[in-house]
Design a protein around this ligand. Structure first.
Ligand SMILES: C[S@@+](CC[C@H](N)C(=O)[O-])C[C@H]1O[C@@H](n2cnc3c(N)ncnc32)[C@H](O)[C@@H]1O
Length: 367
């Protein structure tokens, strides 16, 4: 099978590296996604182990679709019965961009009809009750090329299952994991997140360093498809669980808001890393940064989801005065295009990344 892993724009190379390093075949980075080849076990393994990808889709077919008739016939020709049982549910969603077939609801209904017709013929029945396991069909139509997928993940992979609440201001786990990967952090040097919020960055740094697979604690849609899929997910979870290490890590998460400190502790406990990291209340502006070395990584408020822009810039200026010329390597993500002028230091390197729909820059200082 061919699988597609959609990912945050700008992280395709990281996901491709994860897959290559994991020994998957046919890895190919595209725009906003990475594809690879494999079987059911490889699919389960990718779902459980990928830190930066958003989901794992089976790419079932791709073809040109200039008309609804062509779309119907090409969708009907795909082997849906290889995955979808007679009683299974198969909702359809997707999008169309720069194509003749513009109406998404119309495409959705044509695709649904084509799959229904195929399955009725294959199962020799009229009724398809759709009371069984969910097989989410996804389509994309871009410049008149349609691609049809089946989603094996269910909830997106950033939902690891450890976060108590997905607060508005918290980073996506996949974005935090990508930042940790960009910094090549492996648990050897000191690592600080002095504005930890719900703890995403420190938890992702810790789980990566300890080799704890991000998908161990969550469910996946495809695990409910049939016995073969269920077995693959059970086996891959067992294998991933056996690889986790267990030494204490020099990871320090802090925040000046006591509620954030408690939330980070609770999330870290749920992620299985509370005993390995240090979580305390502290003011990022008054810590003695000049005597510390290692990595500092954080996501200060940038006036979009928390604080207004003026307050956020004032904080950024004070933070720059506190940490700017410390020996720490600094990785600071911000949506403020003028971050560097307020922080007071020009980044050695910047990388464009998206936090949900918000365009951000990861500012990197290698001192
Ligand atoms: C955007 S949130 C961080 C979100 C976090 N990365 C997450 O994924 O949950 C910014 C955090 O900075 C904290 N903060 C603001 N000023 C601070 C200061 N002077 N010292 C420490 N923390 C501060 C806020 O309390 C808030 O939790």
């Amino acid at each position: 099978m061919i699988f597609t892993v959609p990912c945050i724009m700008g992280t395709e190379g990281l996901v491709a590296d994860e897959l290559r390093f994991g020994g998957y075949a046919g890895v190919n980075a595209e725009n906003g996604s990475v594809s690879f080849e494999g079987d059911i076990s490889e699919c389960a393994r990718a779902n459980i182990n990928l830190r930066c990808g958003e989901r794992v889709l089976i790419r079932l077919g791709w073809f040109s679709a200039h008309s609804f008739e062509a779309l119907f016939e090409s969708v009907k020709a795909l082997p849906w019965e290889n995955f979808i049982g007679r009683a299974d549910a198969f909702p359809v969603k997707g999008y169309s961009l720069n194509s003749t077939l513009k109406s998404v609801p119309a495409c959705q209904s044509i695709i649904k009809k084509a799959v229904v017709e195929r399955l009725r013929e294959k199962y020799n029945c009229v009724e398809l009750p759709e009371t069984g396991a969910k097989h989410q069909i996804q389509f994309s139509i871009m410049k008149d090329m349609a691609t049809l997928y089946l989603d094996t993940s269910g909830a997106p992979l950033y939902k690891r299952g450890y976060k108590l609440e997905q607060s508005e201001a918290s980073l996506r786990e996949t974005l935090a994991a990508s930042m940790v990967k960009i910094a090549r952090y492996r648990g050897r040097e000191d690592f600080y997140d002095p504005m930890c919020g719900s703890g995403t960055i420190a938890i992702e740094a810790a789980t990566a360093a300890l080799g704890i697979a991000p998908g161990l604690k969550r469910e996946f849609d495809a695990a409910a498809w049939n016995d073969e899929w269920a077995k693959a997910f059970i086996e891959q979870k067992e294998e991933a669980g056996a690889k986790a290490r267990g030494e204490k890590l020099p990871i320090f998460a802090s925040d000046n808001d006591p509620n954030a400190v408690e939330l980070t502790k609770e999330n870290a406990r749920r992620a299985g890393v509370l005993d390995y990291i240090n979580v305390t209340k502290g003011n990022a502006l008054t810590a003695d940064w000049k005597s510390r070395s290692g990595v500092l990584m954080c996501d200060p408020p940038y006036g979009v989801r928390m604080m207004d822009l003026k307050q956020a810039r004032f904080l950024c200026r004070s933070f720059g005065e506190a940490v700017g010329d410390s020996p720490l390597k600094k990785y600071i993500i911000s949506a403020d295009e003028e971050f560097e002028s307020f922080f007071g230091y020009r980044a050695d390197k910047k990388r464009k990344l998206y936090n949900g729909m918000i365009k951000c820059n990861l500012h990197m200082y290698f001192k």
